[in-house]
Design a protein around this ligand. Structure first.
Ligand code: NAD
Length: 253
């Protein structure tokens, strides 16, 4: 098991569900002090309670990454409570229905960019200054294979995730000298609530994705969580500005 997170304060946005929830569970097993921030209150409280049962200090704070004041207040509340923010996992994100670019509605476009791209930027905007003050910190942004290669019928999502990769690389160059590392993880299809929603009206989709995957299976949330945790940890102390594909080899094709 990589990494001892005892004494480390870690923020996970979107930690109430899916990949974020798996990250929370696995960080709790490593002794991290956890702050779970999500728009889903009930599920977020549940994730925090489950982490506390694993013996760590964990709490849920409500957050909508679209709201600049909420993001600012979240980071401030963490620093007031714990005095530090060692790692941040900017994981909150949303999907949209399959559509060719010319058919995408303005509202869908704006919603995806607002949550997936602007939301990550807002988090970085408030996490980075705190980590600079500390002289150390590690941030992992959840991008996607759709941030590395084109994704037919997922134009707004692909644009947002390419944006997250661009933010990650730029932040790494700007803040590396100040002791802060910023990396991205790029999963292919992972069996989460987001994936379940994408199956609506497309019963054939799961089988097609499995057939097209080099490992002939989808990924599990825990498999992404392990990559995220490695990048957060001191084991990755010289890894900065990287986009780690967790995709069973999909982008090797
Ligand atoms: N599941 C996949 O196949 C897959 C593949 C590649 C990348 N990703 C990315 O991984 C991340 C996690 O995805 P997941 O599959 O676990 O999805 P999920 O829907 O299971 O979890 C996403 C979490 O983000 C939260 N969230 C959504 N909007 C929010 C907002 N405005 N403010 C705060 N929280 C908000 C949700 O409430 C939820 O708890 C996302 O960024 C997603 O784009 C997922």
């Amino acid at each position: 098991m990589v990494g001892d997170f005892k004494g480390k304060v870690v923020l996970v946005t979107g930690g109430a569900s899916g990949i974020g929830r798996a990250i929370v569970e696995r960080l709790a097993a490593r002794g991290a002090t956890l702050v779970i921030a999500d728009i889903l209150r009930k599920e977020g409280e549940k994730a925090a309670a489950a982490a506390r049962e694993q013996g760590v200090d964990a709490r849920f704070l409500p957050l909508d990454v679209r709201e600049p004041d909420e993001v600012r207040d979240l980071v401030q509340a963490i620093v007031e409570a714990h005095g530090q923010l060692d790692c941040a996992v900017n994981n909150a994100g949303v999907e949209h229905g399959l559509q060719a670019l010319a058919d995408v509605g303005d509202e869908d476009w704006d919603r995806i960019q607002e949550i997936n791209l602007r939301g990550v930027w807002l988090c970085l905007k408030h996490e980075l200054p705190q980590m600079v003050r500390q002289g150390r910190g590690s941030i992992v942004n959840l991008a996607s294979v759709a941030g590395l290669v084109g994704a037919p019928l997922l134009g707004p999502y692909a644009a947002s995730k390419h944006g997250v990769v661009g933010l990650t690389r730029t932040a790494a160059l700007e803040y590396g000298r100040m002791g802060v590392r910023v990396n991205a993880v790029c999963p292919s299809t992972i069996r989460t609530e987001m994936f379940q929603r994408s199956l609506t009206g497309r019963p054939d989709l799961a089988e097609k994705l499995v057939r097209n995957s080099p490992m002939r299976r989808l990924g599990e949330p825990g498999e992404v969580a392990e990559a995220v945790i490695w990048l957060c940890s001191d084991a990755a102390s010289f890894v900065n500005g990287h986009q780690l594909a967790v995709d069973g080899g999909m982008t090797a094709q």
